[in-house]
Design a protein around this ligand. Structure first.
Ligand SMILES: [Zn+2]
Length: 202
């Protein structure tokens, strides 16, 4: 174990991430082992707990978690998802304490319809991402997918809207972040709600 993170700390983070994953899995947002969640355990050096790859996200235990560095490489534990690199990039870029990545139908469908970004306006629910409900247009960026995580990270960095803690990856899913796992969860639920509304509306 690294000098700064104890095995117990990692397992505690694993318990939090397992509970969050079970919640999202119950919504059908992490089907077929897809998606991954992370939380920041240290900033300098950057260390994140990330859900282990290949597991059913409705059945994670506190030990199904990997400690990764700022490049998403495993420091302790099993095999992290390749997407761990993007979690680390988001945490470094935005200062977020937790990152959620889910493969939702609404994010993929809306990313197809609006490849240049999805615009929301005049919705009370926008308050859930820190925006006023009225007289504001908020764009959720959409970026093209890539299997190269550093390329995907460059696209996310270039497209990011500081007023919207989320990005849609076209043909893939959604990345959402927050100060901690609880806020990241609330942001995810709000962004997904907005996407579902737009999907029904159009
Ligand atoms: Zn994914």
């Amino acid at each position: 174990m690294t000098a700064c993170i104890s095995a117990r700390e990692l397992e505690e983070a694993g318990a939090v991430l397992a509970a969050e994953s079970a919640r999202f899995a119950s919504f059908g947002w992490m089907r077929g082992t897809s998606g991954n969640l992370s939380m920041v355990l240290s900033r300098a050096p950057l260390r994140l707990a990330v859900t282990a790859s290949g597991h059913d996200k409705g059945e994670l235990t506190p030990r199904d978690v990997v400690l990764v560095d700022g490049q998403g490489a495993a420091v302790h534990g099993g095999r992290p998802s390749a997407e761990a690199e993007l979690h680390a990039r988001v945490a470094a870029l935005t200062g977020a304490g937790a990152v959620v990545h889910v493969h939702t139908v609404a994010s993929v469908a809306m990313g197809r319809r609006e490849p240049g970004g999805i615009v929301f306006r005049d919705l009370e629910m926008l308050k859930g991402v820190g925006q006023p409900a009225h007289d504001v247009e908020v764009t959720l960026p959409v970026i093209a997918n890539s299997q190269d995580m550093s390329e995907l990270g460059d696209r996310l960095e270039a497209a990011r809207n500081p007023g919207m803690p989320a990005v849609v990856v076209a043909g893939h899913g959604l990345y959402v972040w927050g100060a901690d796992p609880r806020q990241a969860r609330h942001h995810t639920e709000v962004v997904e709600w907005l996407l579902e509304l737009e999907l029904f509306r159009r």
